[in-house]
Design a protein. Structure first.
Length: 404
């Protein structure tokens, strides 16, 4: 009997050991996502331990602390956003699966290999230099889709970093390389997967922008150190006959919140049009949280109006609360719309605006309830000096309103 019990115990321990999934190897990995035209979008991540890894996009480091193992499957969920990676171990150095955004019914093929630190593999040196400012036109042959951008790049050898700014925000931290005359830049943050490919000349570049595997558009660019986009404070405004903003949307408890409520009375109010799915909104929210930590005036209030693609109200609030928790957002974020992020539908909910052009959009309301400025889009940390300029201007303008 004793021998039988020992044998059972040994078998149990063996089975338990076999049932424990093998963890990701510590160190650098190179991941790829499949877009269109057989193009692969690469990014790097470093596994710190069994439950933490870091995703790299140029200067941006995204700490991921939601990694779960089930048998031969690994789930990696970046912070804040809904998207996640579901993969299986192919061998000790390779995992393969999909990047999934359930709310949008989107999947992308994903593969990662251990021990590769280069984002883009190059076999020849760059023979052009992309550093500088590029006046960019996206979808140049489609009048209804055409929009302007401003490419801002730095180059060291083959390596290129930078971003494209547009009137609705920037494409965040792009990192890539030039091989010969071919430039490729990518970014992955758990919400958006961006890939830019271009042929670069001395003063002209032509290329394609891929967003995930669901969208692509051409672009052209020319060197122009003097180029500037339209003033972000002039794009969205109150229509004639309006001088105030009005809304009534629910918070997570179901309570309807309006700008006329006591909590906003006699205060400077910053109203943020945003979404939990939006990387530029994430950057803006991080800054607002940072500002409130160092500016404790009782005469200022913030409120977010979230426009969510989640199919149900419950899921939309779940995504909003995840964002608030992860960033430590202290101000209310109301649900303005769910099931769609359509900007025309958003404008119908705020009919006093000429349009909703961008998420995010910040509306500045003075102590008397008058709209004093509307800022479209957001220049985030990837824009460098422009981000610093924005912060200085924001603090100066808020200080002016508070002192009135």
């Amino acid at each position: 009997m004793r021998y039988f019990l020992l044998l059972c115990l040994a078998l149990c321990l063996c089975n338990c050991k076999e049932s424990q999934p093998e963890k990701l190897k510590k160190g650098m990995w190179r991941a790829t996502l499949e877009t269109q035209d057989n193009e692969m979008l690469p990014f790097n991540f470093e596994v710190i331990n069994d439950t933490v890894l870091t995703i790299f996009n140029a200067e941006e480091h995204i700490n991921v602390d939601e990694i779960t193992y089930t048998k031969d499957s690994i789930t990696i969920k970046p912070p804040v956003f809904e998207g996640y990676i579901k993969a299986k171990r192919m061998d000790v150095n390779t995992i393969q699966g999909e990047f999934i955004i359930e709310g949008l019914d989107r999947t992308m093929f994903f593969k990662a290999e251990y021990g590769h630190a280069n984002r883009f593999e190059t076999s020849q040196d760059a023979v052009v230099n992309a550093e500088g400012v590029w006046e960019t036109v996206f979808s140049p042959d489609s009048p209804e889709d055409m929009y302007l951008g401003k490419g801002i790049f730095k180059q060291e050898g083959n390596k290129v970093t930078g971003t494209f700014r547009t009137t609705t925000g920037d494409y965040r931290f792009l990192e890539g390389a030039i091989e010969g005359k071919t430039m490729k830049l990518s970014a992955f943050d758990g919400a958006h997967a961006f890939l830019f490919t271009a042929e670069v000349g001395d003063s002209i570049m032509t290329g394609t922008f891929y967003s995930g595997n669901h969208y692509k558009e051409p672009f052209t660019a020319k060197r122009n150190a003097e180029f500037e986009l339209a003033d972000a404070d002039s794009l969205t405004f109150l229509k004639p006959g309006y001088d105030a903003l009005a809304f009534s949307f629910p918070d997570h408890t179901g309570k309807m919140v309006s700008l006329s409520d006591e909590q906003f009375k006699d205060k400077v109010v910053v109203v943020q049009l945003m979404g939990s799915w939006c990387p530029n909104c994430l950057d803006e929210s991080k800054y607002f949280v940072e500002y409130l930590k160092t500016h404790t005036s009782q005469d200022i209030a913030f409120v977010g109006l979230a426009f969510e693609y989640a199919k149900t109200e419950a899921k939309a609030f779940q995504n909003i609360e995840r964002l608030k928790t992860r960033l430590g957002i202290p101000y209310p974020v109301l649900l303005a719309q769910y099931g769609s992020t359509d900007k025309a539908a958003a404008q119908e909910k705020l009919p006093m605006l000429n349009h909703v052009l961008s998420y995010p959009t910040a509306i500045y309301v003075d102590k008397n309830g008058k709209v004093r400025k509307i800022h479209t889009g957001f220049n985030g940390p990837a824009t460098g000096d422009l981000y610093e300029d924005y912060k200085a201007e924001f603090e100066s303008f808020i200080s002016k309103l508070l002192n009135e």
